[in-house]
Write a protein that binds this ligand. Structure first.
Ligand SMILES: Cc1ncc(C[n+]2csc(CCOP(=O)(O)OP(=O)(O)O)c2C)c(N)n1
Ligand SMILES: [Mg+2]
Length: 372
């Protein structure tokens, strides 16, 4: 299991907490632990809690809708909310986010409609939201392909002189893909304003990190690409936010890319189609449940009297409204036309897509005949 090296949430006078992470030196080893006082104001601190809590509520509802057959499958990020929300909160509106199937909560926290986000899992449409308008690429299922896209967009922004940063999420498993190497190397060579957030949750489906890499840390690879690197407690939202914010600002100022490894854990199974009890022990899961990012953060806010019952009740009722809207929009929603799946893959359908479309149309027609 991945160990967290970050000691987080040291409260000092003058700031709520100290964000900490391990920076990667140019020699390829970790440097001194970096410490930054957290100076966010009360409204911003409360909003981070709100976004995590709403994300968690939406995540739970999506899992439940899957069990009821309203979604085909869902990849929960329960336990990873501090990384999802903390990293996204560090972006400016003009920046781009390149998420994976695991990152519905991060995309939701950027302000995209949760019902539109879930179109992918509903299986009704390629992507339910407008990527250009939202500046969020579609949730990406082919591992690490979004990492290349993020580097490409960042390089293009740099060439055009646009002050745009691209942030991409990827998993520990996806970090082994060739695409990840190509994207990070290109980002280093071309000084691309890109932030790679590797969510190290210890597993790629059932494959533990130890079978993924012999290295002690994914973050240390940054030195090999000549980019900045950091390893942070991915369950500590203030540290995640602060290290990613610094990376985003450095990228925007022309300082190039950063690889941030966040140490976290997915509490639920890989997807609703997976049985995690076959490869994880109960005690391992409960160890991480004890380090719940939402509960830890709430305790800190309470300690500093930054939240009261009225605020918590308002977040809860907002969460219930989100869940109700999801149920209303997704439960019993029309299945859509399966043949649409071949449209918009390219501007014009290729001969291969035409052939596949014809094959599916024939199968659907035969099915209907059989039913009728
Ligand atoms: C190119 C490619 N190979 C294999 C898969 C099948 N697959 C889906 S998720 C997954 C595990 C990925 O693990 P990780 O990158 O750690 O992300 P996590 O699911 O833990 O968030 C695999 C192997 C895929 N989607 N794409
Ligand atoms: Mg993983």
């Amino acid at each position: 299991m991945a160990q967290s090296e970050s000691t987080s949430l040291h409260v000092t006078t003058g700031s709520l907490a100290v964000a900490t992470w391990r920076g990667v030196g140019v020699d390829g080893g970790f440097g001194e632990t970096c410490r930054r006082p957290v100076t966010l104001d009360r409204a911003a601190l409360r909003d981070l809690y709100r976004r995590m809590a709403l994300g968690r509520r939406a995540d739970l509802q999506a899992s439940n809708l899957t069990r009821q057959g309203a979604l085909g499958v869902y990849a929960s990020s329960l336990g990873q909310e501090a990384t999802e929300v903390g990293a996204v909160a560090a972006l400016e509106p003009q920046d781009w986010l390149f998420p994976t199937y695991r990152d519905a909560v991060g995309v939701f926290s950027r302000g995209v409609d949760i019902v539109e986000i879930l179109a992918l899992f509903q299986g009704t449409w390629h992507c339910g939201y407008d990527p250009v308008h939202t500046r969020v690429a579609p949730l990406c299922t082919p591992l690490a392909t979004q990492v290349v896209h993020a580097t490409g967009l960042a390089m293009a922004a740099r060439m055009r002189g646009d002050p745009v940063v691209a942030l991409t999420f990827l998993g520990d498993g996806a970090s082994s893909e060739g695409d990840t190497h190509e994207a990070m190397n290109m980002a280093g060579v071309y000084g691309a304003p890109c932030v790679f957030v590797v969510q190290n949750n210890g597993y790629a489906i059932s494959v533990p990190l130890a079978n993924q890499t012999r290295a002690s840390s994914i973050a240390l690879r940054a030195a090999g690409y000549g980019i900045a690197g950091a390893r942070v407690d991915g369950n500590d939202i203030l540290s995640v936010y602060t290290v990613v914010k610094e990376a985003v600002e450095r990228a925007r100022a022309g300082g190039g890319a950063t690889l941030v490894e966040t140490i976290t854990y997915r509490i639920n199974a890989h997807t609703t189609a997976d049985d995690a009890t076959r490869y994880r022990t109960e005690s391992e899961v409960s160890e991480w449940t004890d380090r719940d990012p939402l509960g830890t953060y709430l305790a800190l806010l309470r300690e500093h009297e930054l939240v009261d019952d009225a605020f918590l009740a308002s977040v809860e009722s907002e969460g219930e409204a989100v869940a109700e809207r999801m149920r209303g929009a997704l439960y019993g929603a029309p299945a859509g036309d399966p043949l649409e799946m071949f449209d918009h893959v390219y501007a014009a359908r290729t001969p291969q897509l035409d052939a596949q479309r014809a094959q599916l149309a024939a199968e659907l027609a035969a099915e209907q005949e059989g039913a009728g």
